[in-house]
Design a protein around this ligand. Structure first.
Ligand code: PLP
Length: 366
């Protein structure tokens, strides 16, 4: 029998996740120098110096397995979030929390509802377990259509993903909408709120999802050290849930899924509020700058609560920017061929993007 007759049929149908190109690879491919990557929503200011120091100190101990219970990090984070330690689950990125959820709750015959366009891992983890992915189009203003998502819930639905703020649009759902959605959600459905960008949110009426954990068991909030904390390369994220749900996720978790360096770095990063504050400020300034300048060039830009902006650049622009060494994320794969997602960079990187865009426009006009 051929391998493809043995592999699970749903795996055969999976579209693999398309990661952004590293700048070094682009430089090799196109022969450009000083490429900049504004494509993966990474922190432009890098990790906290305290996190780097913690990694250096931990290096001599990497012949030992990590603390599978993440005791120190668990205590610090629980205290910070005002939850019990047993409510936390750590993963190799929030991506792994999504996988643990799928592994514990999804299988053939089950359904998972999510907005689309949204984070590409929701269909991947859902279909990866043989369950049915049920995408619900965003509203015209590119915000989650919570009414339509509620209407898509059927007895087979096991999980509803809400990405807030939403990647790749940067749009968010407010507290009032969120509350009426959650109140109407059947008890058996797991509400999985993905808050990878929560630390960047500016709207004052952003939902307090953690407050729902005690009101509604079967709620999972996911967050990450990859974005504002600048630790994407170390892979660490977490889920917060009621102890029962957290316990199920923990059962399907590998004992040493989070590595020693990541645990040490995350703990130190949590302790560096000034660094996170700087990341937030650099981002807010970058968002204002990019929004103003892109609009000035006649490019439509959406309001964002995250560390990237959604721009209607036209279909050919990401490819043309790429040849100039500026990497942004085209959204054709999300059914938005005219749009690009642009991560906020350092001021000089944002300026380079705008300057390149202006030059391309001038070349077209001239
Ligand atoms: C970046 C991101 C994540 C998780 O990233 P990890 O690096 O795996 O922690 C999760 N959800 C969304 C929406 C993201 O953009």
């Amino acid at each position: 029998m051929a391998l493809k007759d043995c592999v699970k049929p749903w795996v055969l149908e999976l579209e693999p996740y398309q990661p952004g190109k590293p700048p070094e690879e682009l430089e090799r491919e196109l022969g450009v120098e000083n490429a900049i990557k504004l494509a993966s929503n990474e922190s432009p200011i890098g990790p906290s110096p305290r996190a780097m120091e913690a990694v250096r100190k931990t290096l001599t101990g990497v012949h030992r397995y990590p603390d599978g219970a993440s005791f120190a990090l668990r205590s610090a984070l629980a205290q910070r979030l005002g939850v019990k330690g047993e409510q936390l689950v750590f993963g190799a990125g929030a991506d792994e929390i999504l996988e643990l959820l799928a592994k514990a709750f999804l299988g053939p015959g089950d359904q998972a509802v999510y907005a689309w366009p949204s984070f590409a891992m929701y269909p991947i983890v859902t279909q990866g377990m043989g369950a049915q992915a049920v995408p619900v189009p965003l509203r015209g203003d590119l915000v989650h259509d919570l009414d339509a998502m509620r209407a898509a819930v059927v007895p087979e639905t096991r999980v509803v993903f809400v990405c807030n703020p939403n990647n790749p649009t940067g749009t968010s759902v407010g507290a009032a909408e969120f509350e009426s959605f959650v109140s109407a959600l059947p008890e058996h459905v797991i509400l999985a709120v993905d808050e990878a960008y929560v630390e960047f949110v500016r709207r004052p009426d952003f939902p307090d999802s953690l407050a729902w954990l005690s009101e509604r068991p079967g709620t999972l909030v996911m967050r990450t050290f990859s974005k504002i904390f600048g630790l994407a390369g170390l892979r660490i994220g977490y889920g917060v849930a009621d102890p029962e749900l957290a316990g199920y996720l923990n059962r399907v978790r590998h004992p040493f899924n989070v590595n020693r360096l990541a645990e040490a770095a995350a703990l130190a990063a949590l302790d560096d509020d000034a660094h996170a504050e700087r990341a937030r400020r650099v981002n807010a300034e970058g968002v204002s700058y990019l929004t103003r300048e892109l609009q000035g060039l006649g490019v439509e830009v959406w309001p964002t609560d995250a560390n990237f902006v959604l721009a209607r650049t036209g279909a050919d622009l990401p490819g043309r920017l790429l040849r100039e060494g500026v990497i942004v994320r085209p959204l054709a794969g999300f059914g938005m061929p005219e749009h690009a997602r642009i991560s906020v960079g350092l001021p000089e990187e944002n300026e380079r993007l705008v300057k390149t865009l202006r030059e391309l426009r001038e070349a077209d006009a001239g």
